[in-house]
Each structure stands twice: as structure tokens, then as C-alpha cells.
Design a protein. Structure first.
Length: 260
């Protein structure tokens, strides 16, 4: 890209919650290393994270990236407090949410719901109230608010509640089982599916965290393309400002337009 072309690139500001997770770390890499984003705020429980993509071989911060991100500590249990709300008043253009856990890791159904519903909805609420126009949410394949099963039920309820907040553009990504995650916990479904992934239809085929993050980044900078998606891939959704991307679409989109 020439200097003149780079000057014409629209530069955005954004925040990410859930940046320390598998998809979140890949999303940080995409945004911070892009010309389209001038600064990314990383909201987390601490402000001393060491994200591999932001550090060199000597485990030091990469100097040329320092000005493109900052860590901000937030209290997820008290996001309705004025002090916490104020942290979102930074004129962010876009918000990204990669938060998520499991009942097993959280310890109970109530604790799971607290993370995957309360934390996420409260984050989105603060973003909406502070004027953020665009919100990107990592949900899950099979998300359905009236499901009999806890995981897809909570995912679907979270999706629906955020719709009510009235973002100008709201993007939902529904990946299937994630690969290349390097997570400490082991998820039984992933262990079972991996040897047989070639047999699965694309709608359930395991997907890499890098591919999900690439889709999120790409969709966030291609506004016109997203408007065209209303006619092509909106899952029978009749709301023009809501874009729902199922697992198969994410696979095809990245492979065709933004290959890894």
C-alpha cells in the first residue's frame, strides 16, 4: 500500500472483551496489525496481560505496536456502576465481544449464565449507551433462545437481548467447534469430533479460531459488503441492521475472500 493510499484508509477505534481467549487473541492480532484500526482498547479483569502476538521473542512488548493498544481493567460484576460505565465513554467506533465459557469450567449453570449472558449483555448495554454504533458478538452454532439445552439457550437469549439495544450494525458469528485454540481445558465434543471432522457437513465442521477472527476483522471494515449480505446470508432475519453468520458461511467467506 502506498503512502497516499494509506492516508485514505478509514481508521477506527475499538474495544475487545474476551481478548485473552482463543478467538480474542487472534482478533487482537488482526486489529492491531491492520492499517484500518488506529487504537484498540482491551477490557479485562486485569491490566497486566501478556498477549503473545503483542510480544517479541524476548517476551517484551513489540515497540512499534505499543501505541495501537491499551489494557483497561473492568469489573464485570459491576458493569452497571457509573465508574465502569465511564470506561466505555471513549468514542469507540466498534465493539467486539469474544467472552464465553462452559458450565463445566464455570462450575454451575448459574455461573455459566452470569458470564455468557450477564457479562456480555451488560458490556453491550454500556457500549450502546456510550454511543458505539457497531457491535460484533461471538455466539455459537445452534444458538436458540427456546432450546431445551442450556448452552444454545443462553447463547440465543444473549443474541436476542443485544438486538434490543439498537446498534446501527450488529454482527453475530456462530462458529462450531474450535480448533487451534490451545486452551487449557479440554472439551469433550472437540475431542470426539476431531478424528471424524471430514465426515461432518460444513455447518458443523470444526473451524479454526484464526478463521473466526479473520471473518470478524474483515466484516468490520467492509460496510458496503455487509449491506449486500442482507440479500445473501441473513438467516431469514428481517432486521436490516443485524447480520448473522453461520459456521458454513464463515468457512466459505474466509476461504474465498480473505484466506489465511
Amino acid at each position: 500500500m502506498s503512502d497516499s493510499e494509506e492516508e485514505q484508509v478509514k481508521q477506527f477505534t475499538a474495544f475487545i472483551v474476551g481478548f485473552s481467549g482463543a478467538i480474542g487473541q487472534e482478533l487482537v492480532k488482526e486489529l492491531v496489525n491492520s492499517n484500518e484500526y488506529k487504537h484498540v482498547t482491551l477490557f479485562g479483569r486485569r491490566d497486566d496481560y501478556k498477549i503473545p502476538c503483542l510480544r517479541n521473542e524476548d517476551d517484551e512488548e513489540i515497540e512499534e505496536l505499543k501505541e495501537k493498544y491499551s489494557f483497561v481493567k473492568i469489573d464485570f460484576n459491576n458493569l452497571d456502576n457509573e465508574e465502569e460505565k465511564e470506561k466505555f465513554n471513549k468514542a469507540f467506533d466498534k465493539g467486539f465481544c469474544c467472552l464465553g465459557t462452559t458450565k463445566k469450567k464455570a462450575g454451575s449453570a448459574e455461573a455459566f449464565r452470569k458470564v455468557d449472558y450477564d457479562y456480555i449483555v451488560n458490556t453491550a448495554t454500556n457500549a450502546s449507551e456510550s454511543g458505539v454504533k457497531e457491535f460484533h458478538l461471538v455466539s455459537s452454532v445452534g444458538a436458540k433462545a427456546d432450546s431445551w439445552f442450556l448452552y444454545p439457550q443462553v447463547k440465543g437469549q444473549t443474541e436476542n437481548k443485544i438486538k434490543e439495544l439498537g446498534f446501527d450494525r450488529y454482527f453475530i458469528y456462530r462458529p462450531s467447534m474450535l480448533t487451534e485454540a490451545n486452551r487449557e481445558e479440554s472439551r469433550l465434543g472437540e475431542q470426539i469430533a476431531t478424528p471424524f471432522m471430514w465426515m461432518l457437513p460444513k455447518s458443523y465442521k470444526p473451524i479454526s479460531v484464526k478463521k473466526v477472527a479473520r471473518a470478524m476483522f474483515s466484516k468490520s471494515i467492509n460496510i458496503q459488503e455487509d449491506e449486500n449480505d442482507n440479500n445473501n446470508n441473513n438467516n431469514n432475519n428481517d432486521e436490516e441492521n443485524v447480520f448473522i453468520y453461520e459456521n458454513a458461511y464463515i468457512h466459505d467467506y474466509v476461504d474465498k475472500y480473505n484466506p489465511l
